[in-house]
Design a binder for this molecule. Structure first.
Ligand SMILES: *[C@@H]1O[C@H](CO)[C@@H](O)[C@H](O)[C@H]1NC(C)=O
Ligand SMILES: *[C@@H]1O[C@H](CO)[C@@H](O)[C@H](O)[C@H]1NC(C)=O
Ligand SMILES: *[C@@H]1O[C@H](CO)[C@@H](O)[C@H](O)[C@H]1NC(C)=O
Ligand SMILES: *[C@@H]1O[C@H](CO)[C@@H](O)[C@H](O)[C@H]1NC(C)=O
Ligand SMILES: *[C@@H]1O[C@H](CO)[C@@H](O)[C@H](O)[C@H]1NC(C)=O
Ligand SMILES: *[C@@H]1O[C@H](CO)[C@@H](O)[C@H](O)[C@H]1NC(C)=O
Length: 799
């Protein structure tokens, strides 16, 4: 199947020759014959696949623990893809793997005890062979495969390795261990591929989204064949309709693996053949805090954006350094009914599952009563979407904090417990506040995974991560004094949109809402936008997509990903329609106009609104690039795609569309040029891979325009000749020269003269400097959106 690949480099050839001299057998070293064995002491006792991609033999760590394994020969840190004895390591002396005369392959320890064996006793196995696919097979003399390691995966699936109802990927216990851990990837009884945390205390499925049904998650459950596989191109397909592709599909010879990682995420990796490092090309969850069980009981996971575990007020870490054990209460946890209790508000926090009771359309008071009336109740969750939903919690597990979560947790504590001793901080909005310095692995791309994430820095003090507010005192059990209108409204700061869940519309519905597509609001590359009014009187903007040819299920899956994105600086998508050839998207309607209308018109924006726009756009993009459910590149950032609300808070429109049309033309590569001339990064014109840095470039152009108040995106066209230098390049050149020449008043000369000097010098300087670094030709020199946000936040209060 695989055509012969690169010729072996001379150095390797030499090595092989040497190896060849040492080996007594005449055959290639990818075969172990019946009656021979591999010894743990001899480093050269390994099998290598014919194309050298994989090696098989003893793999050990410093602690005299050895595993019979298969690994990638050329990855920098030996990447193990299979292990025979992960839970029972062998001794570093005297252990061996033999292909016994009775046909079984057996791993024996120093004392001769059998650690592992294949089920091929009394078959006519002739040899063991390591194939180019990474599959170790036992064959009979006729070449028939009697056993294969592909049938017994550990935590990794390789291209063309069939995943079935009998197989399961089980993560390692932690990064330093190869033993079986608690997270696994498997076909559930209803034929759906899932991720589960199956720990000592609880089991909990966390992917796909357990709050949604199978179809809402883009899967199906009718096909009981339960098979999944991915090919060398990185295209994964499963009988439950889960499909995804690596972004680098045309690079045929990239090595790939799908691994159930020890942090609970399932990731598809590609090997960078130059650096020997693995790059993530797909992952099941982009927010690790959505992994259940990750922080242990009573603890809360916070994305900052690296996931961190912390203990809520009144709780402390059970075993410092080990978050699997979670947090333990610092008070006597049997809260009797007669004991006085109080509730502490944890904004935007939830503990998933373990509800004692659920009631919809409840008032805050009755929700609290429900918790008070049940001695098992440790906290209750109250959320205003759906008209007041109340969940009482008997166990605090799977805790996470997310600024977009529409509810709050009210934690029950004894009244005598002094919460103030923890140092109350105000609730902080964690979105975009943490600048991550870019760690560059090979050539940076949006698919690089920040290595920092694997070494989490946990912190213990709750207060520095999440604000909490002590809300009320309750006197003995049922009897409490609480004003009827006392429901705290501090919870709802900026998250009222969640009342309307994302849904599917019919074409007739949208036709009616838009009065047969009468009022056109605008028109872009992907289609026209119409104003509409839904039956519930919500005003919406309906976008009619043109040239979208992909199937309904793919469209559905993609769109529901976009629909889950919720950030104050992104235009909210409320639903979609996919019927026959019609593909429509339904968005919240923005009363006010786009940024270009404000910026380049006689009614110009004041400085503080310009700064707000620059910061808001950066936050929105940082969210798309670094924090949301999947990495999303916008690919068409320009003032026309940024809408301002009545407070001039910017909201980015049209995100996710690049992704939709990307899947549409059936190539996961951004081969087709997208975007708007003048805002497009130079790599669109070259063959470089398209990364999130294209948005950073466009952002740079936009903020420079914000400062200057005139379009810089025009190309200079004089007569019929199109000059190379754009307004932008000239602008950057001029500004750089001014700075170099030490002109002190350069910033005054740049800022929009219509402001009459009414602006913050330091803010303007920061924006111009940021903008210029964003439009660097070399994308590696451009900052990430996270660091842009950080830089802007630092000068937020100066004026
Ligand atoms: C060994 O086990 C595999 C997987 O369970 C099975 O497919 C195969 O038939 C078994 N081989 C023998 C010889 O029993
Ligand atoms: C079930 O899934 C398998 C594997 O993807 C596929 O070959 C088969 O056609 C599917 N069956 C039905 C009825 O869709
Ligand atoms: C690395 O991969 C690229 C394409 O994917 C290929 O052109 C190049 O020859 C490879 N380099 C090596 C050392 O295999
Ligand atoms: C906790 O309270 C219960 C009932 O009030 C009591 O029996 C128990 O001894 C207390 N435990 C501790 C550790 O104080
Ligand atoms: C939930 O609460 C309601 C109202 O108090 C009660 O009627 C119901 O029995 C409770 N359900 C459970 C399962 O405890
Ligand atoms: C908390 O917020 C209040 C009012 O918003 C402010 O006065 C106070 O300084 C803040 N405290 C801290 C610690 O940030």
């Amino acid at each position: 199947m695989r055509s012969s690949q690169t010729s072996i480099p001379p150095k390797k050839n030499c090595f092989l020759t040497v190896l060849f001299l040492f080996l007594s057998t005449s055959s290639a070293q990818n075969v172990l014959r019946r009656g021979s064995s591999l010894s743990v002491e001899d480093d050269s006792d390994i099998l290598t696949s014919p194309d050298k991609t994989f090696s098989c033999g003893f793999y050990g760590t410093g602690q005299n623990a050895y595993w019979f394994s298969i690994w990638f020969t050329n990855s920098k840190d030996r990447t193990v893809v299979w292990m025979a004895n992960r839970d029972r390591p062998a001794n570093g002396r005297g252990s061996r793997v033999s292909l016994r005369r009775d046909g079984a392959m057996v791993l024996t320890d120093v004392d001769g005890s059998i650690i592992w064996e294949t089920n091929t006793t009394s078959t006519d196995v002739g040899r063991a062979e390591l194939l180019d696919t990474g599959n170790l097979v036992l064959k009979d003399p006729g070449g028939k495969i009697l056993w294969q390691s592909f049938d017994f995966p550990t935590d990794t699936l390789l291209p063309n390795q069939l995943f079935t109802k009998r197989t399961k990927l089980v993560a390692r216990l932690h990064s330093g261990s190869y033993a079986s851990g608690y997270f696994s990837f498997f076909f559930d009884n209803d034929n759906v591929l899932r991720l589960i945390y199956d720990g000592p205390d609880i089991s909990s499925i966390y992917w796909p989204n357990p709050d949604f049904d199978v179809f809402r998650n883009g899967r199906t459950n009718y096909n009981s064949s339960r098979t999944a596989v991915f090919d060398e191109m990185g295209h994964f397909i499963s009988s439950d309709q889960l499909q995804f592709s690596a972004p680098d599909t045309d690079l045929l010879r990239i090595k790939r693996r799908l691994t159930m990682d020890h942090d609970g995420n399932l990731r598809l990796y590609s090997l960078n053949n130059e650096t020997g490092l693995w790059v993530i090309s797909w992952q099941a969850l982009s927010q690790l805090c959505n992994v259940h069980g990750i922080c242990g009981i009573n603890s809360i996971c916070v994305n900052t954006p690296d996931p961190k575990c912390s203990c809520p007020p009144g709780y402390e870490i059970t075993e410092p350094g080990n978050w699997n054990k979670g947090c333990k209460p610092m008070f006597n946890s049997t809260l009797s009914q007669s004991q006085q209790v109080k509730f502490v508000l944890l904004p935007h926090v939830d503990f998933w599952g373990f509800d004692l009771n659920f009631s919809a359309s409840t008032t805050f008071d009755s929700c609290m009563k429900l918790c008070l009336g049940d001695y098992r109740c440790k906290a209750f969750s109250y959320r205003l979407d759906g008209g007041g939903r109340c969940f009482t919690k008997g166990v605090l597990f799977n805790g996470y904090q997310s600024p977009s979560f529409p509810g709050n947790i009210y934690l029950r504590l004894p009244v005598s417990f002094e919460t103030s001793q923890l140092g109350i901080l105000n609730g902080t909005d964690l979105i975009c506040q943490s600048a991550e310095s870019e760690t560059t692995i090979g050539s940076p791309s949006m698919y690089n995974f920040n290595t920092k994430r694997t070494r989490w820095v946990y912190f213990y003090s709750f207060a520095s991560a999440i604000g909490f507010i002590e809300i009320l005192f309750v006197v003995s059990g049922w009897w409490f004094l609480f004003r009827k209108r006392g429901s705290p409204n501090l919870a709802e700061d900026g998250y009222h949109l969640v009342l309307s869940p994302f849904r599917r519309f019919t074409y007739t519905e949208l036709k009616k809402a838009t009065n047969n597509f009468k009022e056109e609001l605008g028109r872009g590359g992907s289609g026209a936008v119409y104003k509409g009014i839904l039956t519930d009187e919500r005003v919406v903007a309906v976008k009619r997509l043109e040239n979208m040819y992909q199937g309904e299920d793919v469209f559905w899956a993609e769109v529901s990903t976009i629909g889950k994105i919720n950030h104050m600086n992104l235009v909210r998508m409320w639903g979609f329609c996919s019927e026959g050839k019609h593909r429509l998207l339904v968005y919240e309607y923005m009363e006010y106009q786009s940024l270009d209308k404000h910026l380049f018109s006689p009614t110009f924006l004041e400085w503080k609104d310009r700064f707000k726009a620059a910061l808001g756009i950066a936050k929105g993009l940082a969210y798309l690039h670094h924090e949301c459910l999947e990495w999303v590149m916008h690919c068409d950032v320009k003032p026309g795609n940024i809408l301002l609300d009545s407070e001039f808070e910017p909201k980015i429109a049209d995100f996710g569309l690049a992704k939709l049309s990307q899947r549409g033309d059936n190539s996961s590569d951004f081969s087709q040029i997208r975007g708007t001339k003048g805002y497009m990064a130079p790599e669109w014109a070259t063959n470089l891979p398209i990364t999130a840095k294209v948005d950073v470039y466009s952002y740079g152009v936009v903020v420079l325009e914000i400062v200057k108040g005139i379009p810089l995106s025009n190309w200079v066209i004089e007569g019929r000749e199109e000059h190379d230098e754009s307004d932008l390049t000239r602008f950057v050149r001029v500004v750089k020269r001014k700075i170099q020449c030490g002109e002190t008043s350069w910033i005054e000369e740049i800022v929009d003269p219509r402001l009459n000097g009414q602006f913050s010098r330091s803010q303007a300087t920061t924006i111009v400097e940021l903008g210029m670094s964003c439009v660097e030709e070399d994308r590696n020199k451009r900052p990430t959106m996270d660091s842009v946000v950080q830089a802007l936040l630092e000068c937020l209060d100066e004026s």
